[in-house]
Design a binder for this molecule. Structure first.
Ligand SMILES: [Zn+2]
Length: 142
């Protein structure tokens, strides 16, 4: 079944740290220190490495390496359990906590290559659908 209607992308569940383009691409947003080059997630006002206050907001890479994960079996009503919650390391040197998707919750491997995916992420208080991010194993990863 196909739909001919153009779809609008629901807004980001957290616009300060996650940007969704009109085309549906998603990017984590963080800060880069213009003095020492360190990256931070989420956005910061000052560098904790050199205390410089001139940080620029940057889009991070959408690929990552799975650092570790756990299976969540009890959660808020917004998320069906069980699901996997993990930490992924981005090439910029930041570690991000995110839900994992694409496999059964216990079927991930530490060290596997992951990629960011844009997925529905609940609704706001007015009932508008929101978009969020999860990480899934890259094609061909273990
Ligand atoms: Zn710095």
């Amino acid at each position: 079944m196909t739909t001919a209607q153009p779809e609008t992308v629901p807004k980001s569940f957290r616009p300060v740290e996650f940007e969704v383009t009109a085309g549906g691409e998603g990017f984590l947003l963080g800060s880069r220190c213009s003095n020492c080059g360190a990256h931070f997630f989420p956005v910061r006002q000052a560098c904790s490495g050199c205390l410089h206050a001139d940080l620029e907001t940057v889009r991070f890479s959408t690929t990552a390496t799975l650092y570790t994960f756990s299976v969540v079996r009890q959660s808020t009503p917004d998320f069906a359990v069980p699901y996997a919650l993990g930490y992924v390391d981005l090439p910029e040197g930041v570690r991000v906590m995110a839900q994992l998707t694409g496999r059964d919750p216990e079927d991930y491997q530490i060290g596997m290559e992951m990629e960011l995916v844009v997925e529905p992420f609940g609704a706001d208080e007015d009932g508008n659908e929101m978009t969020g991010y999860r990480f899934q194993p890259k094609e061909g990863s273990q």
